[in-house]
Design a protein around this ligand. Structure first.
Ligand SMILES: Nc1ncnc2c1ncn2[C@@H]1O[C@H](COP(=O)(O)OP(=O)(O)OP(=O)(O)O)[C@@H](O)[C@H]1O
Ligand SMILES: [Mn+2]
Length: 271
């Protein structure tokens, strides 16, 4: 009878790269010089282990597939791996230390756009991340315990303003506030109880609240069952170079749209 390491060793046999997701320093040290033929790529929110090849995670994606996709697509973008490569991804599925190895075949076809969404949107990556964080937090807590929906249109704000109209007075009219400021998070949560979309500039300035989006919905293909908030949020990203981040009041999920397509779906509760 074969020993388990022989049987399970196939998973890491002949890989072209080893991806360590948020490794501790001691874990990283053990692997970095283990096999000189297999480059080690660290994927983490911060490069605390001082890795030479590193892909920064904007969010700790609870969904392991999202996390791995982000790391692999980022590595493709940086030229660290290429079509046809096999890579071993070491991740933590449950809380704590790395507990799993997943073998992935790199291919152009697997690209979901998740890396692109953060790295190559019109808006700064940090602005996209900050808006995600607001949406996720809003999804976790709701407004006074009740589920709430919200629509954030980020980047290419001039064009977005041209393709929308006000539903009410704009509380951000003369202000110069940016996403990420703690006070702004409180304001965004407060105003999200009312209708319409928030429009945010490339640099994170809140341009307007209460915008009714009027994009053409032609050629927009999003999952059936999503309503007008999602449809208008998706469509505006085809008509402009904006990225939309939408919190659903009805199912509590946060979804991101770019180029008229849904790129990412996150459960704020981490289920
Ligand atoms: N074109 C639009 N521009 C801006 N906001 C919109 C637009 N259409 C709908 N909304 C906002 O979305 C809210 C919910 O609409 P609807 O239920 O049709 O969307 P939905 O996609 O099902 O979203 P949810 O999952 O949150 O219910 C509306 O009350 C309105 O505030
Ligand atoms: Mn609805």
């Amino acid at each position: 009878m074969a020993a388990l390491p022989d049987l399970l060793g196939d998973i890491v046999e002949n890989v072209d790269g080893l991806f360590l997701f948020s490794p501790s320093s001691s874990f990283y040290e053990r692997f970095v010089e283990a096999d000189p033929d297999v480059p080690v790529v660290v994927v983490a929110p911060e490069n605390v282990v001082d890795a030479e090849t590193y892909v920064q995670l904007p969010l700790e994606f609870d969904n392991v597939r999202d996390r791995i996709r982000f790391g692999v697509e980022g590595a493709m973008e940086h030229g660290l791996v290429e079509d046809g490569d096999a890579v071993a991804c070491s991740v933590s599925v449950f809380d704590g230390d790395i507990d799993s190895v997943i073998r992935v075949r790199v291919s152009e076809g697997m690209r979901s756009g998740i890396f692109d969404l953060f790295a190559n949107s019109r808006a700064d990556p940090s602005v996209i991340r900050d808006v995600f964080e607001v949406a996720i937090e809003l999804g976790k807590k709701g407004q006074k315990g009740k589920p709430v929906g919200a629509l954030f249109v980020v980047g290419d704000a001039g064009k977005v303003m041209n393709k929308s109209r006000p539903l009410s007075y704009n509380p951000f009219e003369k202000s110069h506030v940016h996403v990420g400021d703690p006070i702004v998070n409180v304001m965004l949560k407060e105003f999200s109880r009312l209708d319409g979309a928030f429009v945010i500039s490339d640099s994170g300035k809140i341009v307007s609240a209460y915008r009714y989006l009027e994009p053409s919905a032609e050629g927009v293909d999003i999952p059936k069952g999503l309503g007008a908030r999602h449809m208008s949020g998706a469509a505006i990203t085809r008509d402009t170079n904006a990225t939309s981040i939408v919190l659903s009041e009805s199912d509590g999920l946060v979804r991101a749209f770019k180029g008229g397509k849904m790129i990412l779906e996150i459960d704020p509760e981490g289920h």
